[in-house]
Structures are given as C-alpha cells and as structure tokens.
Design a binder for this molecule. Structure first.
Ligand SMILES: C[S@@+](CC[C@H](N)C(=O)[O-])C[C@H]1O[C@@H](n2cnc3c(N)ncnc32)[C@H](O)[C@@H]1O
Length: 332
C-alpha cells in the first residue's frame, strides 16, 4: 500500500522497485540517478557503429549516472577500454555496483566532466548530459520532480553542459576521434553549430524511434586543417576572453542586433570586449559564418567557446546565465 501511495503521488515505478531495464539488461537505480530512457539506445547504436573495426579503442562516457552507456558499450564492444565520469559520488557507487553485477569492466571516476581524465585522449567520447532548460514546464510532470536536478537541468537554454563538453572534447580526442551526445528534440541545430564552431567535422543529428532529433555526432581532425581565415578567427577567439564579431564597432554599431549585443555585454560589466568589424573585412565576414556554422551576425565567443547571436545573448542575460558565464572573465 505504501508503494501504491508513492506511485499515486507520481513517483516513478523504477524508484519503487529499485531497478530499470535498458537494452535487455536490468540496472539498479536509486533517486540519485536518472532512470534509463529508451531514447539513449540511439546513442549506443551510433557509438558501436563508430567503434566497429577499431582494435583497442579508448572510450569515455561523460555523466554516466547509473552507468548504462559505459556498461552497455563495455559489454557490446569488449575490445574497448571504457572510462566513465560523474560529478555525483552516489551515482558513481550505483554505477560501480551495476558494472560489478553485470560483469562489465569500466573504470569509474568521480569529478567534473573532463577533470578526472586530464591529459588523456580517447577514440570516442559519448555523453548523455543534462539538457533540459531550467524553467521547462516538463520538469514539473511525468515523474521528473523525483529525479535528480543535477541529471536534468543545464542552464536557461539547456545547452550549458553540452557547451562545456563540446569545448573540452578536442583536447581529449585522438585525431579523427568522435564525439557523440544526446540532446533535446529542439537542440539539433544548436548542437551542430556548437560542434562546427569548435572545429569538429561532419556534424550530423540523428533521430530517436519517435522521430525526434536526439543525438548529434562529429569527429575532430585537428586545427591544422583550418583555412587561413579560420586560423585567424580561431586565434582571435582563443587569445581574448570576450570577442564579438559584429557590424561596426562597440562605439558605432552598424546594426540593431550588434548594438544590443554590445549593450548587453556592457551591462554584464565586460570591460575588455574585443570586437571585430565584419563589414571591414570581407574574408572574415564569410569565414566567421563557416567557422561557427551560424547564419547571423553578431556572434559572441567567451574563452574561445561560441555562445550565439543576439537572441541567445538576450535570453541568457535575462536568466542571469550570461553574467554567470562571464564571472571570472576579466571585467570591471
Ligand atoms: C542525463 S543524466 C545521464 C545518466 C546516464 N548516462 C543515462 O544515460 O541514463 C546526466 C548525468 O550527468 C551528471 N553530471 C551533471 N553535471 C556533471 C558534471 N559537471 N560533471 C560530470 N557529470 C555531471 C549527472 O550527475 C547525471 O548522472
């Protein structure tokens, strides 16, 4: 009867019985970990296809939770050496228990995204990160209030964790290595833009069985294949903390979007804003669109990471996320 009451209050069945099925295997789950979702099978299938033919690939699973991704890959691609990371120590102990029970050799490490694998490179990085926008009304429905916030939400637009993973992955991938991550049904375009802006190639999005965009993938060659103009852009955005590609300059913006973007950055207290006037350099003007795979100008970069255009800046400013992102970056 206690279980019936808990179920009636909306608590998911998996938390009552303490287990959930994923890819034909039973995984222990607790309220410290996300309940496995069938959509995540797409991520596994795409990862296995890319691992086929590699002799001893090194694989990294970021945000492992109950361990379903790392354990499935270790069992279905026995040649792979799998490392799995999660920030939550309780999630790591749930995942360790699952891997021991299922006989999957996985090296679990506790920490913040790439911190536990500093200096290491992998052939494939896979992640099902938190990707729900903080104010999304779905968070109040379908059992989600019972699942850990750390596993679900990622800033005002839901892309905060994906941004960090895309920005950090090139330093942890072998040449030609793949990054694959799950995301929300409406985050395919933004995910591909982030991947291309970070220098990844062949960014593509795949749907789940319901037909919704679910996983984006791309591979990382190396900086050497960037064109000269892309090298110039890359060096500008990586050697200055805040860079805005815009029409005109900060004193005399030549379009409304550029003017608004400058105003927002000023309101965030940015004092060392570097602007590049795309109207003054035709090569940069076409190069910047290719570099970010983003159709419009202005474009904002913080610490080398592509953030977005004026609308995204506005949204992030209103939610306070932009101010947070700029904390620690030189400002008055
Ligand atoms: C959406 S859940 C995915 C869990 C599991 N991989 C799955 O597919 O069911 C995201 C996971 O990322 C972890 N996470 C959140 N922020 C993190 C961070 N900064 N570093 C490492 N892991 C993090 C959460 O604890 C959570 O387990």
């Amino acid at each position: 009867m206690a279980w019936v009451e808990r179920r009636a209050s909306g608590e998911p069945l998996a938390y009552l019985v303490g287990e959930a099925e994923f890819r034909g295997r039973v995984f222990a789950v607790s309220p410290a970990v996300l309940i496995p979702r069938p959509e995540t099978e797409v991520l596994i299938d795409l990862a296995l296809a890319r691992l086929r033919g590699l002799t001893a690939p090194r694989v990294l699973d970021l945000g492992t939770g109950s361990g379903i991704v790392a354990i499935s890959l270790a069992l279905e691609c026995p040649a792979a050496a799998v490392v799995a990371v999660d920030l939550s120590p309780v999630a790591i102990s749930v995942a360790r228990a699952n891997s021991a029970r299922l006989g999957a050799p996985v090296d679990f490490r506790e920490g913040d995204w790439f911190a536990p694998v500093a200096g290491q490179r992998f052939d494939l990085i896979v992640a099902n990160p938190p990707y729900v926008a903080a104010g999304d009304p779905h968070l109040r429905r379908d059992g989600l209030p019972f699942e850990p916030q750390l596993a679900l939400t990622a800033g005002a637009d839901g892309l905060a964790c994906i941004r960090r993973i895309v920005a950090g992955a090139p330093d942890h991938l072998q040449a030609g290595g793949w990054l694959l991550f799950e995301h929300g049904h409406d985050q395919g375009t933004a995910s591909r833009n982030l991947l291309t802006a970070a220098g990844f190639k062949a960014a593509a999005t795949f749907s789940d069985l319901a037909g919704s965009d679910r996983v984006s993938t791309a591979f990382f060659q190396s900086g050497a294949i960037m064109s000269d103009v892309q090298q110039r852009i890359h060096s500008t955005v990586t050697s200055n903390p805040v860079v805005l590609y815009m029409k005109g300059d900060a004193r005399f913006p030549q379009c409304g979007f550029s003017a608004t973007s400058v105003q927002i950055l000023r309101a965030c207290g940015v004092s060392d804003l570097v602007t590049v006037n795309v109207l003054a350099d035709e090569e940069i003007r076409s190069g910047i669109k290719e570099y970010a795979n983003w159709p419009t100008i202005p474009q904002l970069y913080i610490n080398g990471e592509f953030i977005g255009g004026c609308d995204i800046m506005k949204e992030m400013y209103q939610s306070g996320e932009l101010q947070q992102l700029l904390e620690g970056v030189t400002q008055t």
